[in-house]
Design a protein around this ligand. Structure first.
Ligand code: BES
Ligand code: ZN
Length: 627
């Protein structure tokens, strides 16, 4: 047994352990605002520590003809330090004019452009300035916005546009202090073309109005990566008294069915970790170009249509985005180097919601798939990217978007839960969310908080430093056992051994059993064996996107040709990066595949959001050649 000794010296807190590891860290102080004063977000060029924005008001018009958002943003500022300048982040924006308060003209200039972080806008303030107003427009170079023509939507009769703020894209559609380390409230007036509906991460309309102008209000303070807007031919269907779904008309019934358990999910989440703080929880199901599975924009999760499987089998994605209403949106990572505080906690919370609703057996399948993802990343990622606490200065924050934050984060929390006991851990988490609601925190602070509020009280000495500050998977990582997956493995073995497809008796398999089966096809599988499986189960035409994507990836590896042209169809239609990346990568591993990939990509690229085509350009070595 190793003993930790705890010394508290005014602001600094030291805890040293008998295994020689020592954390000497003023960052583990118990006063979160003091800790926050000492940290620097490496991904903003703004001076948010000196002068900060407290409220943002947008008065904008969405212009589909020129593919621009234009208008005025007014920031109410807090300048108690009496600084004479405020610096905002911008990227690829056009600034027309800046005024102060009720219209006093202002002088402004730009700092040095940074290819990654953008162009700082420096506005000179006067004594007592309370508000800055910036007239601006987005440009073709915007990274946040996706403009879709009618053919790229389900209904094919109206255009569509949506924003993606996380991680550092908000600055490409709003001049703002773009850091997760600061919270703001916001409001907006948004004008849209005739017949279209606008929705935001705020209070939302449920139907069109004849003025084509919509008003929004987000009274709870949020980090600005959560400001979000979508405009399209949208309709709304309620699920229960506080949940519902927005999507295009032709998808409304299917989406309402798929999300039918959403009301129960919110109830279960509240029972676990405390009251839901955002009033409503709605989801918008977007067109298939959306680059993510889901995005936790407060009050209105943005979701991919690839989660609509017809059988509710992919709704852990909604449990995930809902869980962010606590981990991420209520308690926020103060820098992108602490991203696991958002995602690891959310995966843990998501699986607790799923366990309440669908049982332990179900969740162990999800956890085991997660563990496999983690092992893969540990085998392939640079050790520097295998830490929960990341160092990302000079790199894009999205480089930290790996299974380390999600799954290593999850297993770390599960390890604490199993060590401390579930009820102790649940009380700890509930208090953690309550103590830090509407605040931002960093990893070192969390480690100190964990020691003070759980580990000392329960007399536990866990290898926290190894989990958080070292690469790889610690030896005491919880083991997941799934009897349903063991059955799949047995069937797979028999299939190879007997060369007989009929030993696989998969009629009652869930999506996740299929995913496990496909992932665990052995490395020597032949294209003939793939064909035999496909002849019986027609995986090439599965209506389930997770099965389809996994099947395509393996088919490419084993040279099974039967997937084309279904593969092409999928790649041209779907822009979700998590699916595209491994498939294009598998293709790019051979000359022939690379040729095919480029051919398909020439048709598909226009259907992807910036976030996805950036990644795929790199895989196909097209950087700087396309655009
Ligand atoms: N917040 C993330 C999406 C994100 C992360 C966007 C980093 C930009 C930068 C969201 O909650 C998420 O994790 N989405 C996952 C789905 C989830 C079920 C794991 C995704 O999109 O794959
Ligand atoms: Zn997430």
């Amino acid at each position: 047994m190793k003993y930790c000794v705890y010394f508290l010296f005014s602001l600094s807190l030291f805890f040293s352990c008998t295994d020689g590891s020592e954390v000497t860290d003023s960052l583990a102080n118990d006063d979160v605002s003091k800790v926050n004063d000492t940290i620097i977000d490496a991904h903003t060029l703004s001076n948010y520590k000196e002068v900060s924005i407290s409220h943002t008001h947008l008065d904008i018009e969405v212009d589909f003809i020129n593919k621009r958002i234009k208008g005025v943003v007014s920031h109410t500022i807090d300048n108690s330090q009496n600084k004479d300048q405020i610096i905002l982040d911008t990227k690829n924006l056009e600034i027309f004019d800046v005024t102060l308060d009720d219209g006093d003209s202002a002088t402004y200039s730009y700092g040095d452009n940074d290819e990654l972080l953008g162009l700082p806008l420096i506005i000179n303030l006067k004594q007592g300035t309370k508000k800055i107003n910036i007239a601006y427009s987005t440009t073709d170079g915007t990274e946040a916005l996706d403009w879709l023509v009618p053919e790229q939507t389900a209904g094919k009769n109206a255009p569509f546009m949506y924003t993606q703020g996380q991680s550092i894209f908000t600055r490409s559609w709003i001049p703002i202090q773009d850091t997760p380390g600061k919270r703001i409230t916001y409001s907006a007036n948004v004008k849209v073309p005739d017949g279209m509906l606008a929705v935001m991460s705020a209070s939302n309309p449920v139907e069109r109005n004849p003025q084509n102008t919509y008003e929004f209000n987000m009274p709870q303070p949020i980090p600005c990566y959560l400001i979000a807007l979508a405009v399209g031919d949208l309709y709304f269907a309620p699920i229960d008294h506080r949940t519902g779904v927005y999507t295009e008309k032709s998808m409304l019934d299917a989406c309402a069915y798929e999300l039918g358990d959403m009301g129960k999910m919110v109830d279960v989440a509240e029972d676990l970790y405390g009251e839901y703080q955002w009033e409503r929880y709605d989801v918008i199901v977007l067109p298939p170009s959306f680059p993510f599975g889901g995005m936790e924009n407060p009050r209105l999760t943005f979701a991919t249509p690839t989660m609509i499987a017809g059988d509710r089998s992919l709704t852990s994605l909604i449990a995930h985005e809902l869980a962010h209403s606590w981990s991420g949106n209520l308690v926020t990572n103060a820098t992108w180097e602490d991203f696991w505080l958002n995602e690891g906690f959310t995966v843990y919370f998501e699986r607790r919601i799923m366990e309440e609703l669908y049982g332990k057996d179900y969740v162990e399948m999800l956890a085991l798939l997660g563990y496999q993802d983690l092992e893969q990343d540990v085998a392939s990622l640079d050790p520097k990217l295998q830490l929960l606490k990341l160092k990302l200065k000079g790199n894009h924050p999205d480089d930290g978007m790996s299974n380390i934050a999600y799954e290593k984060g999850y297993f770390f929390l599960r390890y604490i839960e199993e060590s401390a006991g579930r009820s102790n851990f649940d009380s700890f988490l509930k208090k953690y969310f309550d103590d830090h609601k509407f605040q931002t925190i960093i990893t070192e602070y969390f480690v100190g908080y964990l020691q003070r509020n759980l580990l000392f009280a329960t007399n536990l000495d866990l290898n926290v430093n190894e989990w958080v500050f070292q690469p790889g998977i610690p030896k005491n990582c919880p083991k997941v056992v799934s009897s349903r997956f063991e059955n799949v493995e047995e069937k797979l073995k028999l299939f190879y051994y007997k060369s007989d497809i009929n030993v696989i008796d998969a009629d009652n398999w869930s999506t996740h059993e299929w995913r496990h089966f496909i992932r665990n096809l052995n490395a020597n599988t032949t294209s003939d064996q793939m064909r035999i499986i496909d002849q019986k189960y027609d995986l090439t035409h599965s209506g389930n996107s997770e099965i389809l994507a996994a099947w395509f990836e393996q088919s490419i590896k084993f040279g099974y040709e039967g997937i084309y042209p279904a593969l092409e169809n999928f790649l041209v239609r779907v822009g979700r990066r998590k699916f595209l990346q491994p498939i294009y990568q598998a293709l790019a591993n051979s000359d022939e595949g690379m040729k095919r990939a480029k051919e398909i990509y020439s048709k598909a690229r226009k259907n992807y959001h910036y976030i996805s085509f950036e990644t795929i350009d790199e895989i196909l070595k097209l950087k700087d050649k396309v655009n």
